[in-house]
Design a protein around this ligand. Sequence first.
Ligand code: BES
Ligand code: MN
Ligand code: MN
Length: 462
Amino acid sequence: MENIKGYVQEHKDRFINELIELLKIPSVSADTAYSHDVFETADAVKASLEKAGCDFVEICDTPGYPIVYGEKIIDKSLPTVLVYGHYDVQPPDPIELWTSPPFEPVIKKTEIHPEGAIFARGSCDDKGQMYMHVKALEYMVQSNTLPCNVKFMIEGEEEIGSKSLSWFVERNQEKLKNDVILISDTGMISNQQPSITTGLRGLSYVEVEVTGPNRDLHSGLYGGAVANPINVLSKMIASLHDENNHITIPGFYDNVVELSLEERAEMAKAPFNLENYKKALDLNDVYGESGYVTNERNSIRPTLDVNGIWGGYTGEGAKTVIASKAFAKISMRLVPNQDWEQITELFTKHFTSLAPAGVTVKVKPHHGGQGYVTPIDSIGYKAANMAYTETFGVPAIPVRSGGSIPIVALFEKELKSKTILMGFGLDSDAIHSPNEHFGIFNYLKGIETIPLFYKYFVELSK
Ligand code: BES
Ligand code: MN
Ligand code: MN
């Protein structure tokens, strides 16, 4: 195992180039125009798993995009690690804000990544982080140090709600049997301070539609006399938060678990600098629910955010018009114990009740998922912490993240196993934004750290 550092040094150029090739395929799951590329990416992932040393790899067809399954079973009596990742990526837009094309990866130095970072859509979320596991497997196979069985399950619909994965997991419980699930699809505090994600928020995502008159109207002839759907929608949305930025949907907080003061004090120990946070985002102040600090607002508290809003005329110049319809996409981030389907119902009921006479309102649920919290006294957590401690020289800090990976809760329900979230990205890596990137340091450190997780997990399982 001492050799992992040397192996990474020796092969790093090839590791980087292989990832760059994978990043060139625009596997945008949200947009059917890229459908061919999504399928092509699945084939590329399959080939990479075969090359890395899996004994068996297959493309599993689903009602949507395929799941790439691979395995190397060395001894049925040994533990099995199931690696999950996703090969689909977010749409690249707004494309004009990228400093280099999103699917033409280039290495550029940044303040945070002085040794360079790969700029491309999916570099961090999640192709780069997923591929670290493929390279870690390559090392363990080449050096004969794979200490247990390994299964890979790489999907192509994470960014659009993992519908086909749920379908697949429900039908393949025996095949996916494992002792621990390992995922790198989250972040860490900094390159000097690793952290392990111990919580994810749940999600309820809905689209709303407000309809007024049956056609767009002249805003002079009709203005003032009929409901303007955009005005009404704005007012309805504004009323969803009160003056303390609490969400006003009745029952919304009923199942929210309040953390104890001790737990909050523990959270506050994680390094965080508000001035740097504001500076990185060019903000003159932060904003959020009263009674909670930034690191609580974005992890242990539920939220409601408009992700997009449209209607009427948005082209060049002015057009005097009252639109027939107005729309918005709204996400609610939920905390463990809030049930996303129940929250979707509460939202729907409340939002439709807000509609004044003169408009009709429709709520269309998109997708969602439950949140997740995991204890820090499990074998998996300990093994991950030992691995980070060895490669970073300092222990990892447990951190609850604000993001969502809804299938993690589903894994626990269907496969009865815990997930360890060993992320190597940074918040500043701009995932889902223009100029997404992944540090070379982070990529290589991930490849170095993962085999140690296997080693310690197997040792601690004995
Ligand atoms: N990898 C992210 C989630 C993430 C990122 C969690 C960083 C923690 C830290 C994942 O690809 C993602 O974007 N998930 C979506 C949810 C999904 C249902 C569309 C999200 O969080 O918006
Ligand atoms: Mn992801
Ligand atoms: Mn994502």
